[in-house]
Each structure stands twice: as structure tokens, then as C-alpha cells.
Design a protein around this ligand. Structure first.
Ligand code: C2E
Ligand code: MG
Ligand code: MG
Ligand code: MG
Length: 284
């Protein structure tokens, strides 16, 4: 994943992309046709309540199976899509697809999280795209949480903020993704009422390895979120040890391989209908 570095002008790529301009050019060419060739698909990863471990949401995560390049990881092609602005049509497709899936196949108490890049957010018709995805799918806007990273504030902060405020006005919520890894400024937390702060996996790992700094940072983020009326999600929890640590630090929600990997929509439907069945049996 490309993280904006301090200055906001230069970005880091996977070494392979950096080293090989020709590969990048070919990848870009293929990416231009990925949508029309139906090569893109969404997987969904559960987000669970830290206390009950019940599923509260699924995060939509894009996957690309390219005819020419095979499976390409989002860490590789999302930055490329951002650079070429292909992320705009791709992002519109993601929004429509995720809203449709959630509205048609998930219970009303399960939300959907959708990642949005700065390039999308800064498009003048971004909000219209969200409104259309919601109305076409008939998804209750309260069930849509838009995930953005701190990098949205590096460019045109006021435009980004206005777009997100308009999304909030129609009922959506906003999560601040990968918190603590970008160009963090606490001032953003004052300007925009995020519903959730997602604590980056690096802190989760650090905490589980008893790093006093990581533990202190998570504690501080949780306390700050609490007093700002925001919730927290710990990202990338891979095992019971990490889950226990996170529970102890009172994060609201947990996401990670320990509770479920990103999976195809059909697997999500199967899990949710099994849960509904168990619930019916219990309450019968
Ligand atoms: P993200 O939004 O922070 O998503 C979480 C990433 O962490 C996902 O990587 C997920 O598979 C991975 N992950 C979840 N749990 C664990 C765990 O326990 N351990 C480890 N090691 N990793 C875990 P993924 O799917 O490769 O996506 C990478 C990034 O690409 C995402 O980071 C997001 O920034 C971007 N991305 C993915 N889908 C979209 C999309 O539809 N639109 C946009 N604009 N960006 C997307
Ligand atoms: Mg995310
Ligand atoms: Mg994240
Ligand atoms: Mg992350």
C-alpha cells in the first residue's frame, strides 16, 4: 500500500514496481481493462464486537485476478490505480457492488465498510456517486461506513472534509483507517466527527509483543476516541494472544485473520445465514 510520506509529494512503492517501469506499464494497461473484463471482485472481512465477538460489519476489500498477470495484490494495484485515476471508476464500482451485496444479502444490523481513496473523494461528483449507490441498492445509509486515511487531508483538506460531511449528513459514518501510520495530525479529529478510529496493525503487533510504546499509544488512542465519542477498531489481529491484549485495552471492535480472512461474498452469505439459523433455534 502506498502511504503518503510526510511531504505528501513522494510515495513509496513495492520495490518490484519501482525497479521495473515496464512491468508497471503493462500492469497499468491491463488495469484499464480490468473492469470491463470482469476481473475485479470484492472480498469481505468480518469486523467483530470486541466483547461479544459478534459480527457487526464486513469490510469490502478489492481483489484483481488479471488474465495477464494472475492475482495482483491491492497493495500493488491500488496505488497504481490512484496514480492513474483509474481508482475513480473502480471505486464507483466498489461502492455500488458493496452496497448491493449488503442490502440484498445481509441482515439489517450488519454494516458494510468501503475504502475510499483521496482521488475519489476529491472528485466533484463523489457524493452523488454514494447517493446513487445507496438509492439503487436501497441500502440504509446508516449501514455504510466509508474508510479514509489521513492522507485525504494532505491535499485539498477542505474539499475532502466537505465531501465527508455531506456523506455524514445523509446518514453514513466515516472511519479513519490505518491510524497512526500516516501524516497524523490530531487537528483532523477536531474538524471531523469520525465514528471509528482504526488502529493500525503495527500497534496491535507491538502490543502483543509487550512493546510499552505500542501499548501506551493504543491506550491513549482508545481514551481519546472515548472522550471524543468515537469507537476504535483494532486492525490485523491474528491470534488469541493479540485478541486478549486488545480486549484488555478496551478497543470497541476487532478485525483480523483470527476472526476471519477476507472471503468471497458467497462465504459471507453462508456464514450469515448459518448465524440466523442458530439464532432462530436458540430463540425458538
Ligand atoms: P486496509 O483498508 O487497511 O485493509 C486492511 C488490510 O489488512 C487488508 O489488506 C486485509 O486483508 C489485511 N488484513 C486484515 N486482517 C489482517 C491480519 O490479521 N493480518 C494481516 N497481515 N493482514 C490483515 P488487502 O486486502 O491486501 O488491502 C490492502 C489495502 O488496499 C487496504 O488496506 C486498502 O487501503 C486498499 N484497498 C483494498 N480494497 C480497496 C478498495 O476497494 N478501494 C480502495 N480505494 N482501496 C482499497
Ligand atoms: Mg480499510
Ligand atoms: Mg486499515
Ligand atoms: Mg492497514
Amino acid at each position: 500500500r502506498a502511504k503518503d510520506e510526510g511531504g505528501g509529494t513522494h510515495r513509496e512503492y513495492e520495490p518490484s514496481l519501482h525497479a521495473n517501469a515496464e512491468e508497471r506499464r503493462q500492469l497499468e494497461h491491463s488495469l484499464r481493462h480490468a473492469l470491463e473484463r470482469d476481473e475485479l471482485v470484492l472480498h469481505y472481512q468480518p469486523v467483530v464486537d470486541a466483547r461479544t465477538e459478534g459480527v457487526v460489519s464486513f469490510e469490502a476489500l478489492i481483489r484483481w485476478n488479471s488474465a495477464e498477470h494472475g492475482f495482483v495484490s491491492p497493495g500493488k494495484f491500488v496505488p497504481l490505480a490512484e496514480d492513474t485515476r483509474l481508482i475513480v471508476p473502480i471505486g464507483t464500482w466498489v461502492m455500488q457492488q458493496a452496497c448491493r451485496e449488503a442490502a440484498a444479502h445481509w441482515p439489517a444490523n450488519v454494516r458494510v465498510n468501503v475504502n475510499v481513496s483521496p482521488e475519489q473523494l476529491l472528485e466533484p461528483d463523489f457524493v452523488a456517486t454514494v447517493v446513487r449507490a445507496l438509492s439503487e441498492s436501497r441500502l440504509d445509509p446508516k449501514r455504510l461506513e466509508i474508510e479514509v486515511t489521513e492522507s485525504i487531508f494532505l491535499r485539498d483538506a477542505s474539499v475532502a472534509r466537505k465531501a465527508l460531511e455531506e456523506c455524514m449528513a445523509i446518514g453514513c459514518s466515516i472511519a479513519l483507517d490505518d491510524f497512526g501510520t500516516g501524516y497524523s495530525s490530531l487537528g483532523y479529529l477536531r474538524k471531523l466527527k469520525f465514528s471509528t478510529i482504526k488502529v493500525d496493525r503495527t500497534f496491535v503487533q507491538g502490543a502483543a509483543q509487550q512493546s510499552p510504546e505500542s501499548i501506551a499509544i493504543i491506550r491513549a488512542v482508545v481514551a481519546m476516541a472515548d472522550s471524543l465519542g468515537m469507537t476504535t477498531t483494532a486492525e490485523g489481529v491474528e491470534n488469541e494472544e493479540e485478541a486478549a491484549m486488545i480486549r484488555g485495552l478496551n478497543c470497541t471492535k476487532i478485525q483480523g485473520f483470527h476472526f476471519g480472512r477476507p472471503m468471497p461474498a458467497s462465504d459471507v452469505r453462508a456464514i450469515l445465514s448459518r448465524q440466523a439459523e442458530e439464532w432462530r433455534l436458540k430463540s425458538a
